[in-house]
Write a protein that binds this ligand. Structure first.
Ligand SMILES: Nc1ncnc2c1ncn2[C@@H]1O[C@H](COP(=O)(O)OP(=O)(O)OP(=O)(O)O)[C@@H](O)[C@H]1O
Ligand SMILES: [Mg+2]
Length: 224
């Protein structure tokens, strides 16, 4: 028996809007992602990449179909249970970094640990160091470059050992050099720890490192 997948979606659909404005954004998606796999999702603007990541990360609930992440049936969860699942099992890296401005770099990492009752056994400092941020632990977001902020965001997404790491165009706001170094470190850390990563991106460099590349075309999932 092959090991059970981290993500199993079947007939997944997502509609936005109501009444006459209702429109289907994701059509009947089937997706299985194995533990430790790195899957890239490509697609034109508006094809549904972010929407799919939001469903996988339990930020939104699918309109129809089944979606299991680990042992959890995400479609069955209410809002509160989805929030718990997100907090514990998902690490999300957004295009716009989204660090909390009132917390310094290290405190941004401590928050997911505190929310999950996980003691900081030195891992926040180790992760910051691995990401080349030693000496910057007490800096606030507005005292860090874009590349540095995104490295903090990467560390924050990994620090609580999530089952699933999701990244939505994580290097989209960075210049080529900063994007390359953030991506190198991100992929290296994910590979080292055997975590499962699903990333929406336009970058062809990213595709070369992925185990599998999928394409969304007007909300339909196709092999790239
Ligand atoms: N909250 C929402 N309400 C209504 N429509 C939405 C909502 N969020 C997304 N959409 C629509 O769903 C479609 C897919 O959007 P989505 O953000 O998933 O695309 P994307 O592939 O991530 O695009 P981009 O590359 O520009 O980030 C778009 O037509 C968008 O307008
Ligand atoms: Mg998007």
């Amino acid at each position: 028996m092959p090991p059970s997948p981290v993500v199993a979606a079947h007939g997944l659909c997502m509609d936005y809007g109501a009444g006459e404005l209702r429109s289907r954004v994701l059509h009947d998606l089937d997706l299985r992602v194995a533990a430790g796999e790195f899957v890239v999702i490509l697609g034109r603007s508006g094809s549904g990449k972010s929407t799919l990541l939001h469903l996988l990360g339990a930020m939104e609930r699918a309109t129809a179909g089944s979606l299991t992440v680990g042992d959890t049936d995400l479609v069955a969860l209410d809002e509160e249970a989805r929030a718990r699942f997100r907090r514990r099992s998902v690490g999300f890296v957004f295009q716009a970094y989204n660090l909390l401005p009132t917390l310094n770099a290290q405190e941004n990492l401590l928050l997911p640990l505190q929310l999950n009752g996980i003691p900081d056994d030195g891992r926040s400092a180790r992760l910051l160091e691995r990401l080349g941020l030693q000496g910057k632990a007490t800096r606030y977001a507005d005292e860090l470059s874009g590349g540095e902020q995104q490295r903090v965001a990467v560390a924050r997404a990994l620090v609580h050992d999530p089952l699933l790491v999701l990244a939505d165009e994580p290097t989209g706001n960075l210049d080529e050099e900063a994007a390359g170094s953030v991506l190198d470190l991100f992929v290296e850390l994910v590979r080292e720890s055997g975590r499962t990563l699903i990333m929406a991106t336009h970058s062809t460099e990213t595709c070369a490192r992925a185990d599998r590349v999928l394409r969304l075309d007007h909300g339909h999932l196709v092999d790239a």
